[in-house]
Design a protein around this ligand. Structure first.
Ligand SMILES: Cc1ncc(COP(=O)(O)O)c(C=O)c1O
Length: 453
């Protein structure tokens, strides 16, 4: 690997190129601080070296306000599986706008969406919300409401949105902080503004550590409502579950009267037609979906077993929201499920995934980089580590500087990956093609040549 100083110089050079290419973004970013807190519309858009202001998207491409075009592998943090301006999504939205976008009464599209989600995720009953945060919040409420227990278990490093119960041990990458032992991580608030009393209700375990869950259940017998996790971890690059881990979790939790909730906000539809549930064959008690299911429109869904959702049906837990299942979101979601995320589209994306993985692996072998490719469905990432990553503690050892340098080379070469280096993954869309993947591979080759040992 390049020495740290080499890499720092390379990053500096690439950041200079980046800034030179985007004077209008720099101007808007500066101007925006006068009206938008922090100069952006969501805090994670504050990225180094500067936020990129976009003009529009079309197909598999994004265009910034300086006129630069990019192959979009950012995917709007996991949303843009349909790509931009997909004809089926446009037609559905246009038709619905003519007929009204909000009534706060059910419309028929919700039935088609629920039927399709039933089929894909193997859970019978569904409700809707507007963001991943709302979906996981409802899942946690439901587990507590059903069991009458207050404690939940979450996985260290999993992000489930910004509500209090799950803003715990999300990305504790501050080295000054004591995270506790790997087999019994401390519960650490992931943000200011989260009361300690709430943080303490969330117990933390490592991913792929079944024994730790057993210990938590033993230590707090009869007090744990359930566990929420990403079945394939996607806010730490991509970390796959060990064989038997998810089945083991379900059996263990059920044996103690606790529930299992999968946060498929990122994996739903992108890992495969039935998300990680379909890929792994393990059906939890509750599934949370958002991001890609709306084809670019804000929508979330919560699916559950008959036993779980009977608590919603009988009014024991009131799952509410003014915009839940609004007609615009349902129309877009129906088009996404029935016309965009089709078997043919998954076949096409699988070919592109293989092309990307094979190309990257070839280049990694050629350049001698300590790196590996992890991918599932439309998602993938390069992990800059020679060792396999099974949990968040392994992930913390991955060198972020390489991920940031890679991001800069891709960006300057016309491919927009999500910022935040090693944390995020690529998302391709049903509109990407071989030329898009080849551009990504060519940029990777340029990067590898610059940083190889
Ligand atoms: C796995 C996961 N769950 C939940 C969320 C929260 O979703 P939202 O930002 O729509 O509230 C995210 C967002 O990135 C996520 O990655």
């Amino acid at each position: 690997m390049a020495t740290r100083a080499d890499l720092a110089t390379i990053i500096e050079q690439q950041e200079e190129i980046f800034i030179r290419r985007q004077p209008e973004s720099a101007r808007l970013a500066d101007h925006a601080t006068q009206s938008l807190a922090g100069g952006v519309v969501s805090s994670w858009q504050i990225s180094r070296p500067q936020p990129v202001w976009l003009s529009h998207g079309k197909g598999s491409k994004l265009y910034d306000v300086d006129g630069n075009s990019y192959v979009d592998l950012h995917g709007g943090y996991g949303v843009s599986l349909a790509g931009h301006g997909h004809p089926a999504i446009l037609a559905a939205i246009r038709a619905q706008i003519e007929r009204g976008t909000h009534f706060a009464q059910p419309t028929e599209a919700a039935l088609s969406v629920a039927a399709e989600l039933q089929r894909r995720f193997g859970l019978p009953l569904w409700r809707f919300a507007n963001s991943g945060t709302e979906a996981t919040m409802d899942a946690v409420h439901l587990m507590r409401a059903i069991t009458g227990r207050d404690l939940i278990i979450k996985v260290e490093g999993c992000y489930h949105g910004h509500h209090d119960s799950v803003q715990v041990s999300v990305c504790p990458d501050d080295d000054s902080e004591d995270r506790g032992p790997a087999d019994a991580p401390y519960s650490l608030p992931a943000s200011t503004g989260i009361p300690r009393a709430i943080t303490d209700l969330t117990l933390v375990v490592g991913f792929n550590d079944l024994d730790a869950v057993q210990r938590r259940l033993d230590e707090h017998e009869g007090q744990i409502a359930g566990m929420i996790l990403e079945p394939i971890m996607m806010n730490a690059g991509i970390i796959l579950p060990d064989p038997g881990y998810l089945t083991g979790l379900k059996e263990l939790l059920h044996s103690r009267g606790a529930l299992l909730a999968f946060d498929e906000v990122k994996t739903g539809l992108t890992a495969g037609p039935g998300g990680a549930t379909g890929v792994t064959g393990v059906t939890p008690d509750i599934v949370c979906l958002a991001k890609a299911i709306g084809g670019g429109v804000a929508v979330a869904a919560i699916g559950g077993t008959e036993a779980v959702m009977s608590h919603v049906a009988n009014g024991d837990y009131e799952m509410v929201g003014t915009f839940n299942g609004n007609p615009l979101a349902m129309a877009a979601c129906r088009a996404m499920l029935t016309e965009v995320a089709t078997p043919e589209a998954y076949e096409r994306m699988e070919k592109l995934r293989r092309r990307a993985v094979e190309g990257l692996e070839l280049e990694i072998a050629r350049s001698g980089l300590d790196a590996q490719v992890v991918s599932v469905g439309a998602k993938g990432c390069v992990v800059f580590s020679a060792d396999p990553v099974r949990n968040f503690r392994d992930f913390l050892r991955v060198r972020d500087a390489y991920s940031h340098a890679h991001w800069l080379f891709q960006h300057n070469g016309g491919v927009f990956l999500p910022p935040w280096g090693k944390i995020e993954q690529w998302l391709m869309s049903v509109q990407h093609d071989e030329a898009d993947i080849d551009r990504f591979l060519a940029n990777f080759a340029t990067f590898a040549a610059a940083v190889r040992p």
